[in-house]
Design a protein around this ligand. Sequence first.
Ligand code: NAP
Ligand code: 3JM
Length: 337
Amino acid sequence: MKHYNVAILGATGAVGRTMLKVLEERDFPIEELKLLASERSAGTEIEFRGNKYVVEAVTPESFEGIDIALFSAGSSRSKIWAPIAAEKGAVVIDNSSAFRMEPDVPLVVPEVNPDDVHLHKGIIANPNCSTIQMVVALYPIHKKKKIKRIIVSTYQAVSGAGAKAIEDLEKETRSKFEGKHYYPEVLPASIAFNVIPRIDVFMENGYTKEELKMLNETRKIMHAPDIKVSATCVRVPVFVGHSESVTIETEEPITPEEAREILKDSPGVIIEDDPENNVYPMPIDVEGKDDVFVGRIRKDLAFENGLSMWVVADNLRKGAATNAVQIAEVLIKYALV
Ligand code: NAP
Ligand code: 3JM
């Protein structure tokens, strides 16, 4: 079997470290591994498959001979380094929002649109975490009953905002118990014992950029340019695991039983739905798992052809690292690297 030279830009971050775990667990065929970040963490040692790797500060030469470059260092860094890595011959799988809506950049969730990878010109985008878990749960229903409208509210973990945001939740929570004052460094408001109805920046129409990512990315991934999505994205004091309250309106009627029947055989979906026995997915239970968990499936009372459900996934895994590694596996399967 062929093995590949892999680089990870952002290897010291919350997503980068999860990528390393996922690559290790899935026995990804790596020939050489290069761990890249900024000058700040150059020299840091990280263990992978029992060997120590030294993190290097990224330079154009970092991408010489690289087959697959996994990026999770933020959108401004992706804009600088992805074209350079692609020019050196690597296929870049980018976790940031930098290129997601570019027409010649495939935006891929392997359970939904794996064949879009064929269109790549050196860069493939990994969607936003909240979009990924929603489309994994909704696409199988869309294929059978055509979804017209989605109304979604998210309950997003702090780890989605990076390693510093994880520290913010921990430090602020501790400080409250110790009677001290700590104000979050990266989150836009107090997070301990609070919820924040803002993720990413506000746009002119009153939605945030994160909320519009859920609209635009869903349309592109599902090839559904007319689907309507209204999202409210909320940060909650949870370390790992995004939850979503999702209501859909379909063109044809759909019963909860039909939805369960469709979802029970859908790739990457696990139904946990037994309310009488208190069975429903929760973030604390999905940490470390790669599937998307769906529960609380019920007829929606506000729409004629309406269905409501609760969707939970590990945002660092299926929402970021696992999806990116799965894209790399699709590239290998189709012999595109
Ligand atoms: P994080 O924990 O803050 O880590 C950021 C990483 O980027 C670190 O490895 C950092 O290295 C590196 N970095 C920062 N500035 C750099 C520079 N100038 N040059 C090279 N490397 C630099 O953040 P994270 O949660 O891992 O997320 C990273 C990015 O992934 C996000 O900004 C976002 O674009 C994307 N993301 C996507 C999803 C998704 O839904 N697909 C989810 C979460 C994040 P140092 O150690 O040197 O600072
Ligand atoms: C998730 O550098 C940045 O602006 C990164 C902001 C960010 C993003 C993004 O826009 O790339 C943080 C967390 C995402 C994302 O997945 O869209």
